[in-house]
Every structure is written in C-alpha cells, then in structure tokens.
Write a protein that binds this ligand. Structure first.
Ligand SMILES: C[S@@+](CC[C@H](N)C(=O)[O-])C[C@H]1O[C@@H](n2cnc3c(N)ncnc32)[C@H](O)[C@@H]1O
Length: 290
C-alpha cells in the first residue's frame, strides 16, 4: 500500500479510505456534502494533536467567520472550560476545529453522532451546544454493555455515551421504521402482535462489545460493534447517501455502510488502522490526505 493517489471528494464517485491527518482532509471537503457524520475520537490525542486555542470574538452582524452558529455563550463557555485541567482544554482544543468542520460538511438534513465515555461527555456536550446551538441537540444515547472486571469500590462504569446533534431541527432525516426492534421486557402486557414485532429502541441501548472470538473482531483495540453503528446508519441516512467517519479506526462505520448501501469516506492517521480497513473493505481504494 504505497504511492497512494491524493483524495479528492467526488459526490458522484465511490467510497474511500483516506490515510492521514483528518483536519487536512476536512479542509478539502465541500459544505453540506454528508448526511451522517459518526465520530469516535480518542481521548489521549498524544503528540499527533494539532493544538489550536481559538478565541471567538463577537463581530457585528454579517462579519466574522462564526456568525450564525457560534452563539453568544461560545467565548464564555470555552473560556471557563479552558480553566479546567490542561488535558481537558487540550482535548477540547483538538476537537473544536474538527467539530466545526463536521457541522459545516453536514447536509441540511444531516446528523452528527459523537461517541464518548463518561469522563469526556459532559465537556464535549457543552462544546457541541455552543457550536451547534442547544436547539440542535437531539439525543444522548447510552450504550450499555457488560464485560470485563468490576471494581468493588464504586459503581463499575459499563457504558459509553453518544451525543446526537442535527444540522437543522426542522429538516433532519430520522427513519425509525427500519431500525431493528427489541423484545419487550414484559411481553405479556402488550398482546401477541406487539410482542412479536418488538419495541422501538429507546435512548438506552444494551449491546455486547465486539466479541474477542467473534466474526467481527479485527484486532483493532477500540473497535466498536457493528450492531451499534447499524442502528445509527439505518436511522440517520438513506441508501446512496454519503457518510463520514474521520476517526475511523478499524472502519466499523464503513463495513456497516457497505452492507446497507451507503457511500462513505473513512479517515485515519494511524497506518495500522488503515491496514485493518483495507483488509476489512478490500474493494475500497486507499488514498492519501490531499
Ligand atoms: C477510538 S478510535 C476509532 C475506533 C472506530 N470507531 C472503530 O470502530 O474501530 C479513534 C481513531 O482516531 C484516529 N485518530 C486520532 N487522531 C486522528 C487525527 N488527527 N486524524 C486522523 N485520525 C486520527 C486514531 O488513529 C484511532 O484509530
């Protein structure tokens, strides 16, 4: 996998895996080109991170680059967050420009899902409220699983949180009809027809982690289950739509999109992740960041 061609997004073209820094790729993407953006960012961004401490300055109407979505609370919110530990400020400083691009590249009917753990979610929620506007917050999905050791010193943490924001609360796409359904907890209370059909999932999803011995396992350490992504892709995109994941890891988003007939762009800067994606999606070209 050497001498890759540079990536250039073509809305009429095919899916791609892009090896490289996601900010560079994001800068090359046209506005409003994706129906769904799913992100599962790392917490420890390490030495690769591009530090940027933006100060948002209020301008008169029509001036400045953030008018219309930064919101008046933006500077204050980020200012106070930056007084927290360095690691949080660095993390938010790393995420902020990427989330701004995520919002920019979302189509008007589009939805952003950001997958976080219990340590980061509250900080990122405040950042996303500032970037999208609170009226664009759609859901907080709790993905609950049951695996691994249990501490006896506090409640064992066995969930991730996925924050969901829409570009336009009056225009977003959401297909609850085709989402997989769950068994009722008390089927005897709802009658046989309803019990047989199952119930629409709520914002709490019980789903096993990727089994260490199962078919899905790629060996990539932070791999997320296809079942969780399948729900997201089914509900928030249509066949043929474009889906973006710029913290792609093992390419779970792409594997699900390929099965559900969506087109996708997957970006990762880690050569190991790119190699795993190439094995998982052998027909998808691997390109380099422009
Ligand atoms: C938590 S993992 C994603 C796992 C993925 N959801 C899956 O199911 O396999 C986050 C990924 O983001 C990548 N990453 C971190 N910083 C990046 C950056 N600046 N540009 C591109 N990729 C980055 C890491 O290499 C890592 O593979």
């Amino acid at each position: 996998m050497t001498a890759r061609a540079p990536f250039a997004f073509d809305p009429e073209g095919a899916s791609a895996v892009v090896a490289g820094e996601n900010l560079t790729v994001l800068e090359s993407l046209p506005d409003e080109s994706f129906s769904l953006v799913y992100l599962d960012p790392p917490f420890n961004t390490g030495r690769d991170q591009v530090r940027r401490t933006t100060r948002s300055v209020h301008k008169a109407a029509g001036e400045g680059d953030r008018v219309g979505f930064a919101g008046r609370s933006y500077e204050t919110v980020l200012g106070s967050l930056r007084r927290y530990e360095d690691s949080f400020a660095d993390y938010l400083g790393f995420l902020e420009p990427r989330l701004l691009h995520a919002r920019r590249v979302l189509a008007r009917h589009g939805t952003l899902y950001v997958h976080l753990d219990y340590r980061e979610v509250h900080y990122v929620k405040i950042l996303l409220d500032a970037l999208f506007g609170r009226e664009c917050f759609l859901n907080e999905i709790v993905w609950a699983y049951d695996f691994g050791a249990r501490t006896l010193k506090r409640w064992p943490a066995k969930h991730d949180t996925i924050l969901v924001y829409v570009k336009d609360p009056d225009a977003y796409h959401f297909n609850s009809e085709d989402v997989d359904r769950e068994p009722y907890m008390a089927p005897g209370l709802v009658g046989p027809a309803k019990a047989a059909r199952g119930k629409l999932p709520t914002d709490v999803w019980w789903h096993t982690i990727v089994s260490p011995t199962g078919r899905e396992k790629t060996g990539y350490p932070t791999q997320k289950p296809e079942g969780v992504l399948r729900r997201i892709v089914t509900a928030s995109s249509r066949p043929g739509d474009w889906v973006l994941d710029f913290f792609a890891g093992s390419g779970t988003t792409g594997a699900v999109c390929a099965a559900l007939d969506r087109r996708f762009v997957l970006v990762d800067s880690n050569p190991e992740a790119v190699a795993v994606m190439h094995r998982r999606l052998p027909d998808v070209p691997v390109l380099r960041a422009p």
